[in-house]
Design a protein around this ligand. Sequence first.
Ligand code: NAD
Ligand code: IPM
Ligand code: MN
Length: 363
Amino acid sequence: MTTHKVAVIPGDGIGPEVLAEGVKVLNAVADLDGGFRFDFTHFPWGCKYYLEHGRMMAEDGIEQLKAFDAIFLGAVGYPGVPDHISLWDLLLVIRKQFDQYVNLRPVKLLKGAPCPLKDVAREDIDMLFVRENSEGEYAGSGSWLYKGQPHEVVIQNGVFSRHGCERVIRYAYELAREQKKTLTSISKGNALNYSMVFWDQIFAEVGKEYPDVKTYSYLVDAASMFMVKDPGRFEIVVTSNLFGDILTDLGAAISGGMGLAAGANLNPERRFPSMFEPIHGSAPDIAGQGKANPLAAVWSASQMLEFFGHKEWADRLIRIIEEMLVAKTALTPDLGGTAKTFQVGDQVVRRLLLTMGKITDTI
Ligand code: NAD
Ligand code: IPM
Ligand code: MN
């Protein structure tokens, strides 16, 4: 029997609430399959831990995490700890130390999911974002000179290396080739006259190796407009770290909301564990009320299953999420329902059992 060793970092706010459901669903999948199991280890890291220990994770946290096949993360950040500390010392340090340079974020409007766009066919919202996840605007390079003085100066550098751009762009071309989809690069070469000119150049260079892949290039401002007005233009999309961050929240808004948006931080070479997480934050406004939608966490669990080679289970989970959106019997308030977070997780499990013929009663 294969064992997948997974580090669970529930984190802050609604993180623990949604992750409990993700873990519940993964255990149910493994039980039904019978050929593999999960060995989950929980880590209590996050803002509460920071307030007690003065750090976001154990000092040797990265070393501890190396022993795992994957990381399942809820959300990080809570009022009381400055966001740039909580995020840099937990989420971002993991992405960087484990060289998770691909952030895969599906933007797909499932049947039954609400969409605020008019005159857009459901099938037209079906994209996969490949967000650069290791450098760019998030390189963390800069300085704060003369801090607190009237002439203080801050500098935040964008770092775009040939190695960093090439590898993520090549990953996106490979995906587009494999899936026979178009590939769109989103950048901003008109204003960012070094970084984005370089990005565009590398996109064109790598593209020579993929004459079979049809490509498009948009400026990020126009791309935002097209995502709303004509989302059918986008299939596989590759973009920089910050643009990918912003555009995928826009993507969430057009495909059912933050409660459905999932992401996978991949180290494609598998030298280090990859990390799976809903893309939403800790939602302090609804934390502790049982209102959080766990379906984004379930969707990221599906990405984890696919990463571990269990594609049928990954697809089955997405079909179940879609069935639930259509049935509307167990949805949280963000999707117009009255169900509690745990009831949504329970319903996913019931539907798994039903699909596999383990129960026969109605949902
Ligand atoms: P957020 O994603 O936490 O919340 C934005 C809005 O979406 C809120 O109204 C919230 O209630 C709603 N929402 C989010 N997830 C939901 C869910 N699963 N179900 C129902 N509603 C949901 O973004 P924010 O308010 O900008 O950030 C809050 C904190 O989270 C900050 O500290 C921020 O830095 C952090 N953050 C962390 C991550 C992460 O860990 N990956 C991502 C984004 C923000
Ligand atoms: C995300 C988040 C993070 C990011 C923050 C919390 C640092 O918004 O995963 O989208 O910007 O990458
Ligand atoms: Mn974000």
